[in-house]
Design a protein around this ligand. Structure first.
Ligand code: HEM
Length: 420
């Protein structure tokens, strides 16, 4: 199979020879610092010149919105089961057991059972109940930043919000939340396209320590159950009224997954949003003048700088994708970041427009695996960014933000800021 032919050209003018070379040379296993800093020129080149791009290992890298949308919906042809891929990647390790037991990397029936339990606890009523606490948390963080005359947007603000929210969701006592962020970063870091031995060792240690901690938490919750309407852990332990229950391993690994899923992604949404509003001052002024645009501004942040840039599926049967015939078993990397700037779907896609509508981005994927926490993430994003902007309408970034250096999860490690 060869790369598929070039699609209709984007609206933006480009040196097509250079772009074609960029697409031809793209190698997911050898990403350089320039790509990690700004992958969008490469994404654009791929969308135009090789939207179904073959990698050296035989996998395909996909960049068109329509391809991703179709794949996310069709779970029969495109499986989420990662056992074949993760066995050689991780060997017989805690990381392998963790990722292959999480709902996101499974097909029905495990996926359906766990999803029902988790989705039930993330219903709009449960999320609405978190709103007052979220406002109070954000106000406390802003007070501290104001007292100190600035700080780090990530460490002191964006990362501090989801850790509290997910901690509350699972009922992790406040004084036991310290290690959660590092565990989460280590486990998700091991999902990068290339895993160094050091990253794998950190990921495995994090899974082992996290599980040991959760065993004690689950034992305490069994002894003293919480309110099943809002406490996800109590709900997962109790199971469904019809008797559907998780095994102990399923329970523990899916709690780890939940903590991870809602954590770095939401930190990045808040951090990316505040960096974008700084990078595009006219959009910041527009949001200050029209605070009601916060909902569409969050969607545009998710589209323009998607927290989660890459997803994966495997073809369960031979299937045609554009001009390409994809053999059964082929691993597919779905480039959400590229699809979200596809000119066939979005008008003027390189423009950051906080009032953009319609905006059917794929930042939360789609189909049966579509993010179960998206409404919670949106709520966190809206409350955090609106309150920050109101408190520090003229904030500045005195030093260059430091990127996370990852291809899959796009965000910053640190963004120093001053109130004005
Ligand atoms: C901006 C923040 C977030 C982004 C961008 C995001 C993105 C995603 C994406 C792309 C998927 C689909 C993965 C796939 O099937 O390939 C997903 C799944 C999931 N997310 Fe999120 N997520 C965010 C926040 C959250 C939060 C706050 C929670 C929970 C508290 C959460 C829980 C989940 C769960 C449980 C799944 C698995 C759903 C399934 O497999 O059925 N996410 N998320």
């Amino acid at each position: 199979m060869t790369d598929s032919p070039a699609p209709a050209p984007d609206a933006l003018p480009e040196a097509s020879g250079e772009e074609a070379a960029l697409a031809a040379g793209f190698d997911l296993s050898r990403l350089d610092a320039a790509f990690l800093d700004d992958p969008f020129p490469t994404y654009r080149a791929l969308r135009r010149h090789a939207p179904v791009k073959r990698m050296r290992d035989g996998s395909l890298f996909l960049t068109r919105w329509a391809d991703l949308d179709r794949i996310y919906r069709d779970t029969k042809t495109f499986t989420s089961d990662k056992r074949d891929e993760f066995r050689p990647k991780y060997g017989d390790t805690p990381l392998y057991e963790h990722h292959t037991t999480s709902l996101v990397f499974n097909d029905p029936p495990l996926h359906t059972r766990v999803r029902r339990l988790i989705a039930g606890a993330l219903m709009p009523r449960a999320i609405a109940a978190m709103e007052p606490g979220l406002h109070a948390l954000v106000a406390r963080l802003l007070d501290r930043l104001e007292e100190r005359g600035g700080g780090d947007l990530i460490e002191d603000f964006a990362a501090a919000i989801p850790i509290e929210v997910i901690g509350n969701l699972l009922g992790v006592p406040a004084d036991e939340r310290g290690p959660l962020r590092d565990w989460s970063l280590a486990i998700l870091g091991a999902l990068e396209p290339v895993v160094t031995p050091g990253a794998a060792a950190r990921g495995n240690a994090a899974v082992t320590e996290f599980l040991a901690y959760l065993r004690t938490l689950v034992a305490r919750r069994r002894a003293a159950p919480g309110d099943a309407a809002t406490d996800v852990l109590t709900r997962l332990i109790a199971g469904e009224a019809d008797g559907e229950r998780l095994t102990e391993a399923e329970l523990l690994h899916n709690c780890v997954f939940l903590l991870n899923a809602g954590h770095e992604t939401t930190t990045n949404l808040i951090g990316n949003g505040l960096e974008l509003l700084h990078r595009f001052p006219a959009e910041r002024a527009r949001l200050l003048a029209e605070p009601a645009l916060i909902g569409t501004a969050i969607e545009e942040t998710l589209r323009y700088e998607s927290s989660n840039q890459l997803g994966n599926r495997r073809a369960a049967a031979e299937v045609a994708l554009g001009e390409a015939v994809v053999p059964a078993g082929t691993l597919l990397t779905l480039c959400i970041g590229a699809a979200n700037r596809d000119p066939d779907r979005f008008e003027n896609p390189e423009r950051f427009d906080i009032a953009r509508q319609p905006n059917r981005h794929l930042a939360f994927a789609g189909g049966p695996h579509m993010c179960a926490g998206m409404n919670l993430a949106r709520l966190e994003g809206r409350i955090a960014i609106a309150a920050f902007l109101q408190r520090f309408p003229t904030y500045t970034l005195p030093a260059a933000p430091v990127r996370g250096g990852r291809a899959r999860f796009r965000g910053f490690l640190s963004v120093p800021f001053r109130p004005a």
